[in-house]
Design a protein around this ligand. Structure first.
Ligand code: HEC
Length: 108
């Protein structure tokens, strides 16, 4: 049995956490238009086709402003839904704005 050895290793003193270099400020992640397009085509348009179904309304014909407003309202809870509140929960304001800008006014 090497149990004793394992325990001894665990009990070894931890390296001191002082004098570590100050981490560089983390740049705010940028959500690019490319990423917005990828998210819109892989996620949003998987459910939102060109024609509304009984379950999924189409986004066709909605402007970027209307889509962004709907997403913000799902996020704040002013607009209710079975699906969207969960989806927008993880989206940042930047993501909402850019995905809406991509989807708004496009024909698909
Ligand atoms: C899993 C399927 C699904 C995905 C993925 C999805 N949606 Fe939805 N969406 C729905 C459903 C269902 C509704 C109707 C409201 C509800 O039940 O949540 C809806 C409603 C909406 C509405 C309101 C439409 C209206 O007529 O008021 C908008 C805007 C919208 N979604 C945008 C998006 C965007 C943008 C994405 C991608 C970030 C997205 N949706 C991803 C299923 C989905």
């Amino acid at each position: 049995m090497t149990m004793g050895l394992g325990l001894a290793a665990c009990a070894s003193p931890k390296p001191a956490l002082t004098n570590l270099p100050t981490p560089a400020p983390v740049a705010k992640p940028v959500f690019t238009a490319e990423q917005a397009k990828a998210l819109a085509t892989s996620e949003c348009l998987a459910c939102h086709g060109p024609v509304s179904t009984p379950y999924y309304p189409t986004l066709r014909g909605m402007s970027a402003e209307e889509i962004a407003l709907a997403l913000r309202n799902f996020k704040s809870g002013t607009k209710t839904g079975r699906v969207m509140p969960q989806i927008v929960k993880t989206m940042s304001e930047e993501q909402i704005a850019k995905v809406a800008a991509y989807l708004g006014g496009q024909s698909g």
